[in-house]
Ligand binder design. Structure first.
Ligand code: SAH
Ligand code: SF4
Length: 366
């Protein structure tokens, strides 16, 4: 195995990704670009050209738009920039996972991850929807950051564009599984999904939104009638355990959340995903496996077991333990009695802190 490569963006392509304070065009759809260009009185096809350069060629500046007259490029440079995010740091794992830390115009930091799976054709990008998170799950690094602010649609979409620009690779799947709770920022997240479909060109069937269980957000998403995949971070079938590790359970209890999820699966006709983090001695008992099997039996779903990705307290002590491989398999076997497909999540980029929030925390400490 090759050693994990640690790169600083400043040494690589940061120059071309560094953005100033002008309004950014990345993350906007064609109509919005037309709107921004209005004061320049350009023919209608110019907006289409610019939109195409941004979304199909991933350009970072107007000079790369070679079919625009030089005078127009100069004019555009005075009024706009393309990317919105600055690449602050990039880590590349030995398995090819690329973890990005982006800084926003106000200096806040967010993470995105590009994952490649050898058994799948498409690359997946994991996007953040907020800076920090208010939900405060006890096993999640982002939870310890607390909530800072929502990301805008443009900041969400520019994560995909910045990843494609930096890597030169085309993203095929999008998962809203980075920092933040997408359904507590549902307007901007839905707008970003529409832009990903319409401008980036990734179909709704290749998009997954993961939630800790925000019932009004699930109901709102259902009304959008988008054929995407909804993933529920269930993590415990019993209310006592779930209340401890996913505190929002007290606001949206399981007895209301599960019917809301079933409604979503029925009205959308889409199979949902149940995510379940395996914490040794906390969520991995045989009784909990049986409870989970009973719960998912009549939900139109697949189950994804996530072995805990270690996060550490200030003394360097891991907050939870990951169950052994044998214990994970044993848990899986019991859940499979439900008749549902059960998978154990493949680990990506564990050598580069690819669990959400980890790179952010490390960077802030420095
Ligand atoms: N806020 C949303 C989406 C972001 S978190 C949600 O909670 O669903 C994406 C997934 O990673 C969630 O299932 C979350 O529970 C899980 N996760 C967070 N920290 C983890 C860790 N340290 N180990 C394993 N999974 C983790
Ligand atoms: Fe927020 Fe999701 Fe982390 Fe919970 S797991 S704190 S909801 S980002």
């Amino acid at each position: 195995m090759t050693k994990p490569e640690l790169k600083s963006a400043q040494k690589t392509k940061a120059g071309s990704l560094r953005a100033g304070s002008l309004p950014a065009l990345s993350g906007l759809d064609l109509k919005e670009i037309q709107e921004k260009l209005k004061p320049l009185n350009l023919p209608a096809f110019r907006a289409r050209q610019i939109h195409s350069w941004i979304y199909h060629k991933y350009v970072s500046g107007f000079d790369e738009m070679t079919d625009l007259p030089a005078s127009l490029r100069d004019q555009l440079k005075e009024s706009f920039q393309i990317p919105l995010l600055n690449l602050a740091h990039l880590q590349v794992s030995s398995d090819g996972t690329r973890k990005y830390l982006f800084s926003l115009a106000d200096g806040q930091l967010v993470e995105s991850v590009l994952m490649s799976f050898h058994d799948r054709k498409n690359l997946s990008a994991c996007l953040s929807s907020q800076v920090g998170c208010a939900v405060g799950c006890t096993f999640c690094a982002t939870g310890y950051l607390g909530f800072k602010r929502n990301l805008t649609k443009q900041e969400i979409v520019d994560q995909v564009m910045s990843i494609q620009r930096e890597s030169g690779l085309r993203v095929g799947n999008i998962v809203y599984m980075g920092q933040g709770e997408p359904l507590l920022n549902v307007d901007e997240v839905v707008a970003s999904i529409r832009a990903v479909i319409g401008s980036v060109g990734i179909g709704a069937r290749h998009i997954t939104v993961s939630t800790s269980g925000i019932i009004p957000g699930i109901e709102r998403l259902a009304k959008e009638h988008l054929p995407l995949t909804l993933a529920l971070s269930l993590h415990a079938p019993d209310p006592q355990t779930r209340e401890k590790i996913v505190p929002i359970t007290r606001k949206y209890p399981l007895e209301e959340l599960i019917p809301a999820l079933k409604d979503y699966a029925e009205t959308s006709g889409r199979r949902v995903t149940i995510e379940y983090v395996l914490l040794a001695g906390v969520t991995d008992s045989a009784q909990q496996a049986k409870g989970l099997a009973d719960m998912v039996r009549d939900i139109h779903c697949n189950v994804n077991l996530i072995p805990f990705n270690p996060i550490y307290d200030e003394n360097g002590k891991s907050l939870y333990k990951r169950p052994t491989r044998a214990a994970q398999e044993q848990f899986k076997k019991i859940v499979e009695r439900s008749g549902r497909t059960v998978t154990i999540r493949l680990e990506r980029g564990t050598d580069i802190d690819a669990a959400c929030g980890q790179l952010h925390n490390k960077f802030q400490e420095k």
